[in-house]
Design a protein around this ligand. Structure first.
Ligand code: IMP
Ligand code: MG
Length: 177
């Protein structure tokens, strides 16, 4: 499985440093609050678990499974496959996802939580691929910015495989060509 990866972009150590840094930043920025982390399945795992170990303030956690489609509008639309059970009205929500590429998923999710009357909606993604952006979206917490390549590992999949790799790497072309 490791042989299917061309180049390691982020090692296990890099990922540990990223979650440490983001956990500390979030703990500082939300020091007087009790935010609700909402992980987008399945890609948020294991990023969210490692992040949470570095969050030192009181917080809640919930999970949601969504899929986004591109319709006639470039913004697309989102389908909720599994919803959260937490009431987010007047709560500080932190959405956690694996990667922001076109920006569709994160911007639609942000909008959804604003409609549910969250007090604030903040986005946190492990990776950012700015070259893929179609919809403008402000992701406050980003672990690392990467080039426009297809990556797998640490939650990121190709056809549901490779999520269990402990690092993030570029998938070999021959695997998906
Ligand atoms: P967006 O809505 O285009 O920003 O897409 C975000 C979703 O696309 C992520 O949650 C991933 O599921 C998927 N995705 C985008 N780029 C990659 C990649 O390089 N590897 C694996 N999944 C990706
Ligand atoms: Mg995903």
């Amino acid at each position: 499985m490791t042989n299917d990866v061309d180049k390691v972009l982020l090692s296990k150590e890099d990922l540990e440093n990223i979650t440490k840094k983001l956990g500390a930043e979030i703990s500082r920025d939300f020091a007087d609050k009790t935010p609700v982390f909402i992980g987008l399945l399945k890609g948020c795992n294991p990023f969210l678990s490692d992040l949470l170990k570095n969050v030192t303030i009181p917080c809640e956690v919930d999970y949601m499974k969504v899929s986004s489609y591109v319709g006639t509008e470039s913004k697309g639309s989102i389908t909720i496959i599994n919803d959260i059970t937490t009431n987010v009205k007047d709560r500080d929500v932190i959405i956690v996802d694996d990667i922001v590429d076109t920006g569709r998923t994160t911007s639609l999710i942000k909008h959804l939580f604003e409609q549910r009357d969250a007090k604030s909606v903040t986005l946190c993604c492990m990776l950012d691929k700015p070259e893929g952006r179609v919809v403008e979206v402000n992701v406050k917490y980003i672990g690392s910015t990467i080039p426009n390549e297809f990556v797998v590992g640490y939650g990121l999949d190709y056809n549901e495989l490779y999520r269990n790799l402990p690092f993030i790497g570029v998938l070999k072309r021959e695997i998906y060509n």
